[in-house]
Design a binder for this molecule. Structure first.
Ligand code: COA
Length: 167
């Protein structure tokens, strides 16, 4: 069945868009509503494990793109650099930003995630980066999408699948 067409404009994330960064991070963690029972948004997003992805947003290496439809935010893709001393599962090295993405639940499967990740890759390339990494749960259907976009698997363990793409 052909996908419905949605008019979407994609623009760079600005430092003042940090609330949308937080929304995307929360959606990414809560990707499986049948399995994950998370504390309320405000508690989850300020937990140190997740806060390291948005705190002080706008620092060197922070890159993001935002999709809007009719003035409403419908998706966000972002990446951030981490260090050997401060990172989570998706970390590869200090030159490779780790990427996150989310699309509003009622807008998924319309190609918005694909467009966001292509736009993010383009922005990261333009900023001088040569790769992006990510971590995804092995059961998340997003894994198929990442493979289609050219990400390749690096490691697989109880914490998920770590992937990388060359830009
Ligand atoms: C993953 C995600 C960003 C993809 O965005 P999207 O706009 O739905 O993606 P596209 O329309 O470009 O591509 C559709 C593909 O996305 C994947 N996908 C993952 N979760 C999906 C969902 N809930 N609904 C539809 N597609 C989903 C599938 O691979 C699908 O392709 P398929 O035909 O092989 O099933 C979006 O589904 C989402 O926000 N999911 C919840 C948050 C999440 O899992 N984030 C990533 C954590 S690593």
């Amino acid at each position: 069945m052909p996908r419905p067409r949605i008019d979407v404009a994609i623009r760079p994330l600005a430092p003042e868009d940090v609330e949308h960064v937080k929304w995307a991070l929360y959606e990414a963690v809560a990707w499986n509503p049948e399995r994950v029972l998370l504390p309320p948004f405000e508690l989850t997003i300020e937990h140190p494990e997740l806060a390291r992805y948005h705190r002080g947003w706008g620092r060197t290496g922070d890159i993001g793109v935002i999709a809007e439809s009719g003035g409403v935010v419908v998706g966000v893709a972002l990446c951030r650099l981490f260090t050997e001393d401060d990172h989570r599962h998706g970390f590869v090295d200090e030159r490779t930003p780790e990427r996150a993405v989310a699309v509003a639940e009622d807008r998924r499967a319309n190609g918005i995630g694909t467009r966001l990740m292509e736009a993010l890759a383009e922005s990261a390339r333009a900023a001088g980066f040569s790769s992006l990494s990510l971590s995804v749960d092995a059961e998340n259907p997003a894994l198929r999408l990442y493979e289609r976009l050219g990400y390749r698997e690096l490691t697989r363990d109880d914490d998920g699948v770590r992937m990388i793409i060359d830009l």
